[in-house]
Design a protein around this ligand. Structure first.
Ligand code: COI
Length: 358
């Protein structure tokens, strides 16, 4: 159990006036959580302090060699004014896997969860009241050693910031258009695809920008070896419903093991769907579309929640999905996930972690 020291701000910021215009990750709450690491003391000095700039030496490892990892989870306000988290222990466990891959010291899962809960409780007034809006938590670890040699830093800072946020996409729950990227890749066996590290996202920006210029919300990445099998989308995992079965890429090292992804797989199985986690060729998806068997496509992610896809563009082919509407399974997953997260549906799965009264 961490002994977290809390220093409250003496200059609270104004809360967003219009919660319907929050956007994603643009405004930040009054406080942040910090904890430091060095080899002598391990993780130490856990504290909640007023949100403020960092002062870091320009030669810190994180700036040059991107030794950095992050997580994303949300705090929700229920109708009876309770504040709760969704499966934070899954984020804590995934952060440990990212730590392992990036040679960073792990934080015990229970400490990770306690840190998230403490920040949310201190900043509970920042958890939005509006339906569909939540307090997005961004935990991250940066390497703080000073020096330009390429090595694992002996010192780190763990920080959690919190952003009252609405929908990730400008489209909201409306279906998005996705560009299947056939030149650039996001991951390859042996690299860092399964880890949530900033470097993965830095390498994805060029393709994402090009897709946006063409009017697509994001890119769908193909595997890095054959550029044949679908893996994930810019900020979410992706599912395909074809001829009654649900398909998604397996988490075998190149795909991010999303918390929303695994929750949706569990729900689909509960509802009697066959869920196939494995290799699915983009050519077969396009063929299914031509045969009228591509029933639904949707992305899953903490930020994106459940995001229906209405169009896939691959080379010279275009698949139009569900007549541009939200398919029934996509809608049911959206309603169930958001229902559990906002406390409108009973949590029979033990996914909800209460934080405090609002
Ligand atoms: C999340 O869904 O929490 C993510 O971290 C995706 C992010 C890159 C916006």
């Amino acid at each position: 159990m961490l002994d977290i020291k809390i220093t409250r701000t003496t200059a609270p910021k104004a809360k967003p006036a219009d919660e319907s215009k929050l956007g994603f990750g643009k405004k930040f709450s009054d406080h942040m959580f910090l904890m430091d690491y060095d080899r002598q003391n391990g993780w130490h000095d856990p504290r909640v302090v007023p949100y403020a700039n960092f002062t870091l030496d320009p030669a810190c490892v994180v700036f040059h060699y991107a030794q950095e990892i992050f997580e994303g989870l949300k705090a929700y306000r229920t109708a009876d004014n309770k504040i709760q988290l969704f499966r934070p222990e899954c984020n804590g466990a995934r952060m440990q896997d990212s730590c392992d891959r990036l040679c960073m010291p792990k934080i015990p899962v229970e400490d990770f969860v306690q840190a998230c809960k403490t920040l949310v409780e201190v900043d509970k007034d920042w958890v939005p009241h509006t339906d569909g809006a939540s307090l997005y938590l961004r935990p991250f670890i940066i390497a703080t050693d000073v020096g330009l040699g390429v090595h694992a830093s002996p010192t780190y800072t763990f920080c959690i910031i919190a952003a009252p946020s609405g929908a990730y996409y400008a489209e909201g729950i409306n279906p998005v258009r996705i560009y299947v990227e056939d030149e650039y890749i996001r991951a390859a066996p042996g690299l860092t695809g399964f880890a949530k590290c900033g470097g993965n996202y830095a390498a994805s920006i060029k393709a994402g920008e090009m897709a946006e210029e063409l009017g697509y919300a994001q890119v769908l990445w193909l595997d890095g070896v054959e550029r044949k099998y679908v893996e994930e989308v810019g900020s979410m995992n992706i599912f395909f419903k074809i001829d009654g079965k649900v398909y998604t890429a397996a988490c075998v090292g190149t795909v991010l093991p999303g918390v929303t992804r695994r929750s949706c797989i569990e729900l689909c199985k509960d509802w009697g769907y066959e869920v196939v986690e494995g290799k699915l060729a983009i050519a077969d998806i396009m063929k299914a579309s031509k045969e009228g068997k591509l029933e639904e496509v949707f992305g899953t992610g903490t930020a994106a929640v459940i995001s229906p896809v209405k169009e896939l563009k691959w080379e010279n082919e275009v698949a139009h999905i569900s007549d541009g509407k939200i398919g029934p399974l996509t809608q049911k997953l959206y309603d169930t996930m958001t229902g559990i997260q906002w406390g409108k549906i009973a949590d029979t799965k033990g996914w909800i972690v209460p934080v405090c009264n609002g």
